[in-house]
Design a protein around this ligand. Structure first.
Ligand code: ADP
Length: 493
């Protein structure tokens, strides 16, 4: 049941509003204490009024009790003075006074009903033993009070058993006084308190409404500012420092904005770079074709020579497009890794076998050093890309008679591929940037040897997809060493 109420409340859109919740909290916090206060004050008044009435009546009764002893009323009820006193008392408090003697016999009843009867009630018997009793009957609206009629033994009546000053209970005065006047006063008080309460409720309602509105305003300002950014009016960072909480939200939003701007900038750079890179071979093709077209009677050898150049440029264009496609595919978050257990040593051997002819052309010696056998859970195609790109670069950017050492090693958690060359090296200032798309230390040289500037971007992306890392150590003129470190088993994200 409670669960269903909660569920329905959740569905109610208005309940999800912070403004409504704040309003309700403030409203209830104002109204509930005021209700408790009214009830508390009334109850307190009632008990105090009953106490005061009781002690007034008790005092009167004690005075009359003394008179009863003095005028020996318990034996002789003819005293008019006492009769008048009792009448006055019962009129004053709108009540009934019953006097009971030591034999529990009623000697006087101001209502005249019970005279001569015997009363055996708990209160009377307790009172006979000297205890005052008070009983407040809330439902019927009266207070029942018993006071003992005590005689103190005087000096001339003193005996050995009862020395002077001994108090003897001779009878009991039993009184019930009406509390109608208290109830009436309480009703008037209650009515007045209710009016005050209604006024308070209205005031609290208005205050809570205004406060909730004011408290929530910074959040409205945030949505407005975010809305403006979303609509594209501005891309300035926003500021709503009113609360610590709003500051946190705004800071998080601003960092997101900066990140989005960086991504947007890099996307724009990328598009510009792609266009430029794709344009270069096409421009060359056009220049070559135009120069052929501009000449008449071109000899067949020249045609052939130009066509070879054109074919080379087309091949370059093709390579760039292939690399771009590989990169885009790698960056796609949905691109799942095709994981299998791969023998890295065998894979490296196969790749080196394929690359060695290129190395031989450049007189570069490629050596594979397998420190141990490595079986790893990796994507074989992406792993081949990593190895191929690194070894190809090590050959491409090497010197005549240079060397490339590919070292494979592993510990219990990771395996490492180290590709060290004795090539031209990479200047310190470029070492951070070489993984960027289209970045080349020496643009013309790279292009000359058929580089697209995408190889290391693809490599790094593939390494990261395997939750690995890539590190470079390089000294210009001496050579470079790329170290790739990848977990042996697949790390589940
Ligand atoms: P490219 O297709 O131009 O080789 P890469 O992304 O593979 O593109 O490499 C980026 C740049 O880093 C290269 O242009 C080159 O300047 C530099 N570079 C990469 N590997 C090496 C290396 N082993 N030795 C020297 N320079 C290198």
């Amino acid at each position: 049941m409670a669960y269903r109420v909660k569920l329905n409340l959740k569905k109610l859109k208005i309940w999800r509003s912070l403004k409504v919740r704040l309003f309700l909290i403030m409203f209830l916090m104002g109204v509930i204490p005021s209700i408790f206060m009214r009830v508390g004050i009334l109850e307190n008044y009632e008990s105090r009024a009953v106490d005061v009435r009781t002690s007034d009546v008790q005092t009167q009764l004690r005075i009359i009790a003394n008179h009863l002893i003095t005028y020996n009323y318990l034996q002789d009820t003819s005293s008019e003075m006492i009769g008048a006193e009792l009448e006055q008392l019962s009129n004053l408090y709108n009540g009934r006074v019953v006097i009971v003697n030591g034999n529990l016999k009623v000697v006087k009843d101001t209502y005249g009903i019970s005279e001569g009867k015997v009363i055996i009630s708990e209160e009377v018997i307790r009172c006979m033993k000297g205890t005052n009793t008070v009983n407040y009957d809330e439902v019927n609206g009266f207070i029942e009070i018993t006071v003992p009629i005590v005689e103190t033994v005087s000096a001339q009546n003193a005996t050995e058993d009862m020395p002077e000053g001994t108090e003897i209970v001779r009878g009991v005065m039993l009184t019930s006084v009406s509390t109608d006047s208290i109830v009436m006063t309480m009703e008037i008080l209650n009515r007045k308190a209710q009016i005050v309460e209604i006024i308070i409720v209205f005031c609290i309602f208005a205050i809570a409404l205004v406060l909730a509105q004011i408290l929530i305003r910074p959040f409205d300002r945030i949505s407005k500012a975010i809305g403006e950014v979303k609509e594209g009016y501005t891309n300035e960072s926003i500021s709503v420092p009113d609360y610590l909480e709003t500051e946190h939200i705004v800071n998080a939003f601003n960092s997101l904005l900066v990140r989005m701007k960086t991504i947007d900038d890099s996307r724009q750079d990328f598009v510009a770079n792609v266009s430029h890179e794709l344009k270069t071979p096409i421009t060359s093709v056009k220049v070559l074709a135009d120069s052929l077209l501009a000449q008449k009677d071109v000899p067949a050898e020249l045609y052939h020579e130009f066509m070879v150049d054109i074919a080379e440029e087309v091949e370059r264009e093709n390579k760039i497009i292939n690399d771009l496609l590989a990169l885009v595919k790698m960056d796609k978050p949905a691109a799942e890794l095709n994981i299998s257990v791969v023998n890295i040593n065998t894979l490296a051997e196969t790749i080196l076998k394929r690359i060695r002819p290129i190395a031989r052309k450049k007189n570069v010696e490629v050596t594979l050093i397998s420190k141990r056998e490595i079986l790893a859970e990796v994507d074989e195609v992406k792993m081949s890309l990593i190895l191929t790109n690194l070894v190809e670069n090590a050959i491409k950017y090497n010197k005549e008679q240079g060397k490339v050492d590919v070292t494979l090693d592993a510990d219990h958690q990771f395996f490492t591929i180290e590709v060290a060359d004795t090539g031209i090296g990479i200047p310190q200032e470029s070492q951070e940037q070489i993984y960027e798309r289209f970045y080349r230390v020496d643009k013309s040289h790279s292009r000359e040897i058929g580089g697209t500037g995408l190889g290391l971007a693809i490599t790094r992306s593939a390494v990261l997809r395997h939750r690995g890392s890539i590190r470079l150590e390089s000294v210009e003129g001496k050579g470079s060493t790329f170290t790739v470190k990848i977990p042996l088993t697949r790390v589940l994200v």
